[in-house]
Write a protein that binds this ligand. Structure first.
Ligand code: DGY
Length: 321
């Protein structure tokens, strides 16, 4: 008998066919709405495998409903939506999808950096709104990217891919990480700094660290007070790492120059959120890994991770063993 699995969002027919070769599949049939918790609470009772997204909160209460669950396969590199320690206590493997989304997420990080620095969105609306009367010397002037210092907080895979892009733009790259990475320092010509110093010297600050209890509000009032007035903050990791109240204040008071954000404390971002009133912030709806090719690779990797565990094979993407 095939193991039973539940998929929390409608995936492409190809990937469903693939998973169905090995598993008995049930799936939430909507593409644009997360599965309601009440339904997931029922579905999880009998299944062996769960294919989840970052929008599903797989907490201890939900895990307690499961009788046969062996694996939660998250289609994301981040897995802060899952209580992976509790899952481990229950003998349930949690897997993620690192690697396949590294370059795509680094691209979006750099796109936000460039858009915020050169005021691309503001400039486009200026043009579309019919405000372009003439070329003028200081019209919509932004910040230089080449020659500037970028500070990367969290030099993991994606952080290193951002560093590589920054070197190509002739930027000076400094980084902060839980531990120094001597090989990466040599490979990418990047310099380690304590967090305070990184905040003081950087023109661009990229938050690339995972969201954990230790990194919650890592960038808050005190950290903004250390930044340069021309600093631009970019966050493509997780919203809770940057305190949004502190960020709003820093932007409104021009303590920093701008921001580019793909992630938020609460997603989706409320349309009444104060950040939406500011011209010096570029916002995207959590699309860091959203290229067609990468999303298909993530779905395939998450499927393979789930199938591996269900078939008793070793899987290198288990995060809680
Ligand atoms: C992740 O993988 O954690 C991203 O936030 C979505 O791709």
């Amino acid at each position: 008998m095939k193991p039973k699995v539940y998929i929390t969002r409608k995936l492409s027919d190809d990937i469903i066919r693939y998973i169905s070769n090995y598993c008995d599949v049930r799936m939430w049939q909507e593409e644009d709405t997360p599965v309601p918790r009440e339904i997931l609470k029922e579905e999880i009772k009998e299944i062996d495998g769960l294919f989840s997204l970052l929008t599903d909160s797989i907490d201890c209460y939900l895990i307690d409903q499961a009788k046969n669950l062996k694996v939660v396969s998250n289609m994301a590199v981040g897995y802060n939506n899952i209580d992976s320690d509790y899952a481990m206590k229950k003998g349930i493997a949690v897997t993620n999808t690192p690697g396949v989304l590294t370059e795509t997420t680094a691209d979006l990080t750099f796109a936000l950096l460039m858009a915020a620095a050169r005021r691309i969105n503001e400039a486009e609306f200026f043009l579309r709104d019919g405000n372009w009367k003439t070329w003028s010397p200081m019209l919509l002037t932004g910040q230089d990217i080449y020659g500037a210092t970028i500070g990367i907080i969290g030099l993991g895979r994606i952080g290193q891919a951002v560093a590589r892009r920054a070197r190509g733009f002739d930027m000076k790259v400094v980084y902060h990480n839980r531990r120094r990475l001597l090989d990466a320092e040599k490979t990418w010509n990047v310099e380690y700094k304590e967090l305070e110093e990184l905040l003081q010297v950087s023109d661009y600050i990229c938050v690339m660290t995972p969201f954990t209890p230790e990194t919650k509000d890592l960038i808050s009032f005190n950290e903004f007070s250390l930044m340069k007035n021309n600093a631009i903050l970019i966050n493509t990791s997780r919203g809770g790492i940057v305190n949004e109240e502190a960020l709003y204040e820093a932007l409104v008071t021009k303590k920093i120059w701008g921001a580019g954000l793909d992630v938020f404390e609460e997603e989706p971002l409320n349309v009444d959120h104060p950040l939406l009133t500011l011209p010096n912030v570029v916002l995207t709806p959590h699309i860091g890994s959203a290229s067609i090719q990468t999303r298909l690779k993530m779905a395939k990797l998450a499927a393979d991770n789930m199938i591996d565990v269900l078939q008793g094979r070793d899987n290198r993407y288990v995060v809680n063993d």
